[in-house]
Design a protein around this ligand. Structure first.
Ligand code: NAD
Ligand code: TYD
Length: 366
């Protein structure tokens, strides 16, 4: 049994589907360990993203907060997990700029409370169980701060220089995880991944927002000059990297995960537009990139992120399977075929966010 936190979010739901999928496809029918998903179901968590695994007997969902020590303690005692994979977090930079309270509560205080309960649970395991146990903390490349255009990509040795309230809260959680290994011998693993994209990505983030706005004939709001660079990784590749680190990563280590797919935001948006032109042409024959509009820049906007994944590739033999071109095509096809999912996650709270971020402030310029 493993416990996954934040499994109703974008990456977590892809990870759960992959993990349970392995159960069905192992050649000798050997059942893989079951999985308990602990998720608070914030605006970003949606059980619709897991509808197809709900009835799997290996899967159990519990709604709750990683910071709820009584609940976490009870679940650990009941489930007796051999591993925890901690995805739960507030994850959107723009929201952290608008107000960071939830980021501090979940990403820092929540992770601390989770670590405390896991520490207590770990202490009473047998020597063999201790040997097998892992706490894997899922983090981000944003903790390293912003790269110059010609600087080498982030390695695990790069100094932490978080610039947004989001990345600062993730950096704090990474430090706590490190300290629990160093001080208490908790067998931790930390992964720092670059920007993900793929199915079930909440439509407040760049790629799904652009797809949805394009389809709805709305402006495509590019912040600043559109030349900020992100290193894009298809979500299934992130999931396979986490499985590799969980299985064979060295305890106490951190592993950077990235696909060597650096793109400027304009390149990303133009690619999305070109694929939509091909797969779902506009009725009026115009190109989707005619909807692009430059808007006011994000405060403190990091210029460039890029990951050097050499350690993961050489130590654990992991390699990304998708290029940006193959992954983005799959992603757009998924969104075109799953508009009902997008509609169902677009809650009232989400519509309010769009108003605050793009509407009421009228940053769109259209
Ligand atoms: P997401 O926002 O889509 O999902 C987060 C999930 O956590 C949601 O289901 C939410 O309900 C849940 N959650 C929030 N607070 C909680 C709490 N207090 N207790 C329990 N559950 C809670 O995020 P994501 O994009 O899937 O990211 C998952 C993790 O990966 C995060 O830790 C994020 O920092 C990290 N990460 C994300 C990216 C990316 O590009 N999306 C890249 C690198 C790292
Ligand atoms: P985002 O998906 O929010 O991820 P992150 O900030 O964690 O990298 O944004 C990716 C890039 O796209 C980032 O440079 C900000 C930019 N961006 C826009 O230009 N317009 C938008 O509407 C959004 C949401 C992001």
């Amino acid at each position: 049994m493993i416990i996954v936190t934040g499994g109703a979010g974008f990456i977590g739901c892809n990870f759960i589907r992959d993990w349970l999928g392995e159960t069905f496809f192992v050649p000798d029918n050997r059942a893989q360990a079951g999985l308990l998903n602990l998720d608070k179901l914030t605006y970003a968590g949606n059980l619709k993203s897991l509808a197809d695994v709900e009835s799997n007997p290996q899967y159990r969902f519990v709604r709750g907060d990683i910071g709820d020590r009584a609940l976490v303690g009870r679940l650990l005692a009941e489930a007796k997990p051999t591993a925890i994979v901690n995805f739960a977090a507030e994850s959107h930079v723009d929201r952290s700029i608008a107000g960071a309270d939830e980021f501090i509560q979940t990403n820092i205080v929540g992770t601390f409370n989770l670590l405390e309960e896991v520490r207590g649970y770990f202490a009473q395991l047998s020597a063999d169980e201790k040997q097998a146990f892992r706490f894997l903390h899922v983090s981000t490349d944003e903790v390293y701060g912003s790269l110059g255009m010609h600087e080498a990509a982030f390695s695990e040795k790069r100094q932490y220089e978080p610039n947004s309230p989001y990345s600062a809260s993730k950096a704090a959680s990474d430090h706590l995880v490190r300290a629990y290994h160093h001080t208490y011998g908790l067998p931790t693993l930390t992964t720092n991944c670059s920007n993900n994209y793929g199915p079930y990505h909440f439509p407040e983030k760049l790629i799904p927002l652009m797809i949805q706005n394009a389809l709805q004939g709305k402006p495509l709001p590019v912040y600043g000059d559109g030349k900020n660079v992100r290193d894009w990784l298809y979500v299934a590749d992130h999931c396979s990297a986490i499985r590799a680190v969980l299985a064979n990563g060295r305890v106490g280590e951190t592993y950077n995960i990235g696909g060597r797919n650096e793109r400027t935001n304009m390149e990303v948006v133009n690619t999305v537009c070109a694929l939509l032109d091909e797969l779902r042409p506009r009725a009026d024959g115009k190109h989707y990139n005619s909807q692009i509009t430059f808007v006011k820049d994000r405060l403190g906007h990091d210029r460039r992120y890029a990951i050097d994944a050499t350690k993961l590739e050489t130590e654990l033999g992991w390699h990304a399977q998708e290029t940006f071109e193959t992954g983005i095509r799959k992603t757009i096809a998924w969104y075109l075929n799953n508009q009902d999912w997008v509609q169902s996650v677009a809650s009232g709270e989400y519509m309010k966010w769009l108003d605050v971020q793009y509407g009421a402030n009228d940053r769109s310029g259209l």
